[in-house]
Design a protein around this ligand. Structure first.
Ligand SMILES: [Fe+2]
Ligand SMILES: [Fe+2]
Length: 138
């Protein structure tokens, strides 16, 4: 059973970013399968680190679009969207260090799924909002 909630309907107007969304969704499903298969702690950590790196690249790409095209009148969106990205990254960094310290995944499964959920929320809420703002400002 897969526990990862994904939304694949939304298409971000920038194809590179849209492809990253699909890749990150796929990675999260793979991580969920790795966890469900009771894989070793090392294997889970390795997959989470790869996920973290993809998130960093992805959020940097979105932040660059924000810098390039949004204006002062978009301040609320800019603040909340950037906070969402930073929060997801810091939650994931915390989970990785918890697992490395405790040598067990089990106590962090809820947090990992929560991060996947928050990424999905970022896409369907903040990224959709960003797409509308980019359209309005172009
Ligand atoms: Fe995104
Ligand atoms: Fe985003």
């Amino acid at each position: 059973m897969n526990h990862v909630i994904i939304n694949s309907d939304f298409v971000f107007p920038n194809p590179e970013i849209d492809a990253q969304h699909k890749e990150i969704y796929l990675l999260s499903k793979n991580i969920d399968s790795i966890i469900n298969a009771n894989s070793s702690t090392d294997k889970v950590v390795e997959s989470l680190k790869a996920y973290y790196q993809k998130l960093q690249i992805h959020f940097d790409a979105e932040d660059a679009l924000i810098d390039q095209f949004l204006t002062d009148q978009d301040n609320k969106h800019i603040y909340l969207h950037r906070s969402s990205h930073q929060d997801i990254l810091s939650q994931m960094a915390k989970v990785i260090s918890n697992i490395e310290r405790d040598k067990t995944v089990l106590g962090n499964v809820f947090s990992i799924r929560n991060i996947f959920f928050r990424f999905n929320y970022d896409v369907v809420f903040y990224d959709e909002q960003l797409a509308s703002l980019l359209e309005a400002r172009s």
